[in-house]
Design a protein around this ligand. Structure first.
Ligand code: ADP
Ligand code: MG
Length: 233
């Protein structure tokens, strides 16, 4: 089995090294796994997710995602567009184009006709229960609806890995459950590798494995806590 993620000795600092965001991360995630990354605010979760999506460059260490070595700067745009579905903040939809056009944006890297893009966008919107909102502007949507559009957009190019940073952070519990169900359905139905960053333990424990981050280090990678459990017995 291939690994979706292989990270060894990853370091990242900001402000000329004064802020140490990641302090030697080692992490392997298998293809098709659902992993949640949990930890307090400022512990390095978003930094780690940005590295996984090749949105930021580490100071040192190795990182391979979906078979691509992210240290080689070649083809990173293609990699992001084809392999990764990003679900980040609530309000990252482009405001002055329609919901459907927002979903078509990632498809421009593919060789698709505008007709094909439209058909696919409408299918994706249908899947998240928003087909009737295709032609309206994002600012007419509720927070939960925007997040569902963000999910549809993340799936535009059928990514093998979905990276979600606090995808339910500012949503009520009912909407939050719906969003999570949609993500989990994808993971189960299409074997998508799902990596969700959250500070909410109720969300985190839905995953196959919970990775705990503190001060830029992994203090538990899920499977190890089982071993500790056995030693305690
Ligand atoms: P989390 O997502 O767990 O809340 P972050 O990864 O956002 O944590 O941040 C980890 C640390 O790095 C924090 O101290 C944060 O202030 C700092 N940090 C993150 N991004 C930047 C940046 N672009 N410039 C400077 N400091 C940053
Ligand atoms: Mg964060």
């Amino acid at each position: 089995m291939m690994n979706a993620v292989e990270i060894k000795g990853l370091y990242k600092s900001y402000e000329n090294g004064n802020i140490k965001a990641l302090n030697g991360i080692d992490l392997t995630i298998e293809d098709g796994e659902f992993v949640s990354i949990i930890g307090p605010s400022g512990s390095g979760k978003s930094t780690l997710l940005n590295m996984l999506g090749a949105l930021d460059i580490p100071d040192s260490g190795t990182i391979t995602v979906a078979g691509q070595d992210l240290r080689s700067s070649k083809k990173l745009n293609e990699f992001r567009g084809e392999k990764i579905g990003f679900i980040f903040q609530l309000h990252n939809l482009i405001p002055n184009i329609s919901v459907r056009e927002n979903i078509e944006i990632p498809m421009y890297t593919q060789k698709m006709s505008s007709k094909e893009m439209k058909v696919r966008a409408l299918k994706l919107l249908d899947d998240v229960g928003l087909k009737d909102k295709a032609d309206i502007m994002p600012n007419k949507l509720s927070g939960g609806e925007r997040q569902r559009v963000a999910i549809a957009r993340a799936l535009a190019n059928e990514p093998s890995i979905i990276l979600a940073d606090e995808p339910t952070g500012s949503l009520d519990s009912k909407t939050s459950s719906r969003i999570l169900k949609q993500l989990i359905d994808l993971h189960e139905g299409k074997n998508v590798t799902l990596i969700i960053v959250t500070h909410d333990m109720d969300v985190a424990k839905l995953a196959d494995r919970v990775v705990e981050v503190l001060d830029g280090e992994i203090i538990s990678a899920g499977e190890e806590s089982l071993i500790h459990g056995k030693i305690n017995v």
